[in-house]
Design a protein. Sequence first.
Length: 210
Amino acid sequence: MPESTTLLRHEPVQARSNARLSALLDAAAATIDHVGYERLTTAMVAERAGASIGTVYRYFPDRIAVLQGVAARASDRFIDYIDTTLSANSSAHWRAAVEEIFDGFVAAFAEQSAFAALRFGDVLDLRPRENGTTGMGLISSRIAHHLGARHGAPVSAELTFHLEVAFALVDTLLARAFFFEPEGDAEYIDKARTIARQYFVTIYGEPSAR
């Protein structure tokens, strides 16, 4: 967890410590799904993880750091997904890449505990930002790198900005899609996909095979 470990009191260096940290983050994420991130306490995390409160404080100075850790782990996982998926993408145009990114975003909402509540941490406005960059901005930069490497899109601040705008639009609709339905409201998901497609067509035109 390259991003999340930077938020901890003690960075784990052994497999046992990593397993304990993962268990604490799993417990925190499950608790967030149950009570919401606003009500999360370190005592709740300790109880669900079957750990002492001292163990929680060994890794996290307070509940805010717990929330940051959960969001940072989600970012790390999505970056791994982007690197693996887009590196293997052999399509000739960018639309396939955008579709795969969208599918991964939907899957994170549906499958990862606490993702619908926290996503990449921007909802908290608490995670330390690198050079003023948001969580979605960091993800967008990574995607821009892949689009430039494989699809010829010019890697620039403009591309990253357009990706972050698309994420913001899609995020709003997906958050609504998963607010009442754990599996996601299909109509909102389809509308989010359509908006993402149309946004990039407006900026870059219809993709053509090369």
